[in-house]
Design a protein around this ligand. Structure first.
Ligand SMILES: CCCCCCCCCCCCCC(=O)SCCNC(=O)CCNC(=O)[C@H](O)C(C)(C)COP(=O)(O)OP(=O)(O)OC[C@H]1O[C@@H](n2cnc3c(N)ncnc32)[C@H](O)[C@@H]1OP(=O)(O)O
Length: 189
């Protein structure tokens, strides 16, 4: 079956300047926030995505689908898979740029069903920047790093000021995050 995939990135872009203090390839990236639905270790039904820095503008993430993530019986919910990609793409942007950025647009192609018990191996890649706009894409391989691609996603992240979070978010939670990130050099600019 053929699918029309629009040009990507959709605008002229510059290469993304990876921050000099970005973690080295092979570094395991812990949760950026313990209560994050995507990666937090304090969210029992969360996705618990685990990410590792890769080479050449990539971050590798793994996500195992549990019964809490079902849509149809025995199959992962599509919106939840999109959430896993949002997290993986956010980590790809955040850890390499070390600047706050939020998802402005996320498009997802679902190519194969993803059964409960399977693991998605997601490779996120920075594709370029135009001003505050960061273009990033990912493929999700089923059950092995070289497994068949079950999903692919493309996203625009927009770099924002820290005030984005202090204005719109939970100040107490931000204080907790700030305190915990003092012990995490990979989370400090
Ligand atoms: C060291 C640190 C490590 C950290 C690890 C972190 C891991 C994190 C993992 C987290 C993972 C989870 C991550 C999450 O879940 S993030 C949570 C989900 N996302 C949000 O809540 C974002 C909500 N949206 C906004 O706040 C604003 O709309 C933003 C900030 C996005 C833009 O509002 P702002 O007023 O600031 O800017 P602007 O409107 O002038 O737009 C700027 C440019 O962008 C272009 N544009 C915008 N939207 C779109 C669009 N839809 N399609 C195409 N283009 C779009 C726009 O045309 C303009 O282009 P240009 O005119 O300049 O050419």
């Amino acid at each position: 079956m053929s699918r029309n995939v629009p040009d990507w990135p959709p605008v002229d872009v510059e290469p993304v300047p990876v921050h000099p203090k970005a973690p080295q390839a092979g570094t395991k990236l812990g949760p950026h926030y313990s209560e994050c639905f995507g990666c937090g270790d304090e969210v029992p039904t969360g996705l618990r995505l685990q990410s590792t820095m890769g080479d050449e503008h990539t971050v590798h993430s793994q996500f195992t689908v549990t019964a809490a993530h079902q849509g149809a019986p025995g199959l992962a919910h599509g919106g939840l898979l999109a959430a896993a990609f949002d997290e993986a793409l956010g980590a790809t942007v955040g850890y390499q740029l070390r600047k706050p950025a939020v998802t402005g647009r996320l498009e997802t192609d679902f190519l194969r069903p993803v059964p409960v018990g399977s693991t998605l191996f997601i490779v996120g890649k920075l594709d370029g920047m135009a001003g505050r706009k960061v273009y990033v894409s990912a493929n999700g391989h089923l059950d092995a790093e070289d497994g068949p691609i079950a999903l692919r996603a493309r996203a625009l992240f927009v770099i924002v000021a820290v005030e984005h979070f202090t204005t719109h978010g939970d100040k107490d939670a931000i204080a907790k995050l700030s305190a915990s990130s003092q012990k995490r050099p990979d989370l400090n600019p």
